[in-house]
Design a protein around this ligand. Structure first.
Ligand code: SAH
Ligand code: SF4
Ligand code: F3S
Length: 402
């Protein structure tokens, strides 16, 4: 009697899979995990959607724009698939997974009838069986499948995946987020914060190192709050630093309210840890920071960055900023500009506020006009570009240039 995995393998052997990923590093990693699961079930990855019987779109809900792009590609992919099906009589299945899957659940089928299955981030391990069921039912009756009720991923999905002679990989250390910043959809689509055990994380990294990986990025929405028994984030960094075969590593993302001097000391002293920190600021106005539920003030943030630069000599510092949050005035915006001028980030990613379903900020009027958002966006980009440029160490000093 073949087990479940073998059965999937028999029915889908050689089936071609194309996966398109939107969103953050977490989604990039999740797509790799899905490829690992389906690769083990006998699927062959292809580079172009028109060559695939199964197309999976791994999606992001963080801003409206991210979602709009997804709705617009689905129809185009289906057309390509059907052209091929007409010629070769093959399977044509489209799956929508990731944060939009969780955000819209079965409503996805109403918004886009071309989608055959919908799977949320905590249910990705079910994908091989779901596709298998869809193929079995093919021709019998039209069936759509959705799975969005999972709470925790089984540990096995993080193991037994190929690394294809890659040098770098992402390693998820925690899933979800419980911070509920008032503008952010992530806690709703990724669920409450839960940490993987440090033993499993180290095991996964060792497996990657055995396959030739030499560089890793530890991933979580708020890595600083990592805790597994007595192992906190700094302790985890020490454990990772001591792994044989690892050349370098870094981590994403830090939350200012949980960032400590001990972390800065670890960045300064651990030999393999990159001297860099991505520390999202979001706003330089204390009033807006409060409305955003960020849990710190601009003064606290400024002190933190000064402390970082004192302890981590020549450490890189980058950030995220949202402009046009509800009720943001010119004065609030100026506070952000001034803080950027003071701190001088090496890089900052600037986002226009986008109201998200279920979030607290959704109840506030989105009252900064489109034109104002555009204007502020340009102002802040120009400023940050000039700062970033001034921070780049020239290859040759002008004095030496001939
Ligand atoms: N957990 C990480 C990443 C969150 S999403 C963190 O806390 O930093 C990445 C960035 O998208 C955020 O830092 C924020 O700047 C931006 N963002 C999140 N929700 C947004 C929204 N509704 N509108 C505009 N930008 C948003
Ligand atoms: Fe969103 Fe805030 Fe969590 Fe980051 S820390 S994922 S911005 S709720
Ligand atoms: Fe990442 Fe977008 Fe989801 S930023 S966690 S893919 S909403």
């Amino acid at each position: 009697m073949p087990d479940k995995k073998d059965k999937t393998k028999n029915e889908t052997k050689g089936l071609r899979l194309y996966i398109r990923t939107f969103g953050c590093q977490m989604n990039i990693r999740d797509s790799e995990l899905v490829c690992g699961l389906l690769g083990n079930a006998g699927y062959k990855m292809v580079e172009e959607p028109q060559d695939a019987g199964v197309i999976i779109i791994n999606t992001c809900s963080v801003r409206q724009h991210a979602e709009d792009r997804v709705w617009s590609v689905i129809g185009a992919y289906k057309k390509e698939q059907l052209k091929r099906k007409g010629k070769l009589g093959e399977i044509s299945i489209i799956g929508l997974i990731g944060c939009m899957a969780q955000n819209y659940k079965e409503q996805v089928f109403e918004k886009s009838p071309d989608v055959d299955f919908v799977v949320g981030p905590a249910d990705i391990h079910k994908i091989p069986d779901i596709i298998d069921t869809l193929i079995k039912n093919k021709g019998l009756f039209e069936k759509k499948i959705w799975e969005t009720d999972g709470l925790k991923r089984p540990e096995h999905i993080y193991h037994d995946i190929g690394y294809d002679s890659k040098k770098h990989t992402y390693v998820v250390i925690s899933e979800g987020c419980s911070n509920f910043c008032s503008y952010c959809v992530v806690p709703f689509v990724r669920g409450a914060l839960r940490h993987r055990s440090h033993k499993n994380i180290i095991k996964e990294i060792n497996e990657a190192l055995d396959k030739g990986v030499t560089s890793v990025t530890l991933l979580g929405q708020n890595v600083n709050s990592y805790q597994d028994g007595a192992v906190d984030f700094v302790k985890l960094l020490e454990l990772v630093n001591s792994l044989k075969g690892l050349k370098e590593f870094n981590f994403l993302t830090s939350h200012p309210k949980d960032t400590t001097t001990d972390l800065f000391k670890a960045i300064a002293s651990l030999g393999k840890l990159k001297k860099e920190l991505h520390l999202p600021l979001q706003s330089g106005s204390d009033r807006i920071l409060k409305l955003m539920n960020r849990g710190y003030t601009s003064k606290y943030y400024l002190n933190l960055t000064q402390n970082y630069r004192k302890i981590v000599k020549n450490g890189l510092l980058s950030s995220d900023v949202i402009l046009g949050f509800p009720s943001e005035s010119e004065a609030d915006f100026k506070d952000t500009l001034n803080l950027l001028k003071q701190i001088k980030f090496n890089a900052a990613y600037i986002f226009k506020y986008s109201p998200r379903p279920q979030t607290k900020a959704m109840a506030l009027p989105d009252d900064v006009s489109k034109a104002e958002k555009e204007g502020r966006h340009k102002t802040i980009l120009d400023l940050q570009r000039a700062i970033s440029k001034s921070k780049v160490i020239p290859q040759k000093s002008p004095l030496n240039a001939k």
